[in-house]
Design a protein around this ligand. Structure first.
Ligand SMILES: Cc1cc2nc3c(=O)[nH]c(=O)nc-3n(C[C@H](O)[C@H](O)[C@H](O)COP(=O)(O)O)c2cc1C
Length: 177
């Protein structure tokens, strides 16, 4: 374990009854948690009382989002809009899932929203098309090599941005006005 691991918040964006989101988030949190340079916390939007504190503590965010009607879930928008400093000049990555689109339209809608909050979104994503069929009964992807490789790229880039922006925050306050 690194002496100063980056603190990663893995956000479960779906809150509906019977949701698949926790399965995807648990897998990704496991991938991130296996690295010595990261420590990982799951932020479940279905448990709103814990959200603000967990977002504030994070150096890096990963939003695990489904696609609903070509966009992302309303509870996620509410949490984004109800916070400001928590997102400021921090990196955000996306793990998306859904039907045919794999949640990619949700991700593309989220990028300009996070830009407005001075957050930096990472180009690379992990996406699951026809998501429930992509996972086995053990809650793990059926194609662990492909999914694991995508997760590794996302985490490598997030770590680069996370370390860079954490150092920058410590060196000087971010200018917002
Ligand atoms: C209200 C609703 C709208 C959806 N709209 C889309 C859509 O536009 N495109 C898509 O690919 N999948 C769509 N889906 C499928 C979901 O992305 C998929 O079922 C996903 O697993 C839902 O995530 P959740 O179970 O964590 O809530 C929709 C599902 C719901 C419930």
């Amino acid at each position: 374990m690194s002496a100063h691991p980056l603190h990663v918040a893995v956000i479960v964006a779906s809150t509906r009854e019977g949701r698949f989101g926790p399965t995807v988030a648990a897998w990704f949190a496991g991938e991130a948690g296996g690295r010595t340079d990261l420590d990982v916390e799951v932020v479940d939007l279905a448990e709103p009382s814990t959200v603000t504190k967990k977002l504030a503590a994070a150096d890096v965010f990963v939003v695990v989002t489904p696609e609903y009607n070509h966009s992302y879930p309303a509870p996620l928008k509410a949490v984004i809009d109800n916070h400001f400093r928590e997102w400021l000049a921090k990196p955000v990555g996306f793990v998306s899932y859904g039907g045919l689109s794999g949640g990619l339209r949700a991700v593309e809608h989220l990028r300009p929203v996070f830009a407005e909050l001075h957050a930096v979104t990472v180009r690379d994503t992990v996406s699951f098309h026809g998501s429930r069929a992509c996972f086995g009964p053990d809650g793990r992807p059926l194609d662990p090599a492909v999914s694991g490789a995508a997760a590794r790229v996302l985490l490598d880039r997030l770590t680069w941005w996370g370390l860079t922006l954490r150092d920058a925050h410590r060196a000087r306050p971010y200018v917002t006005a």
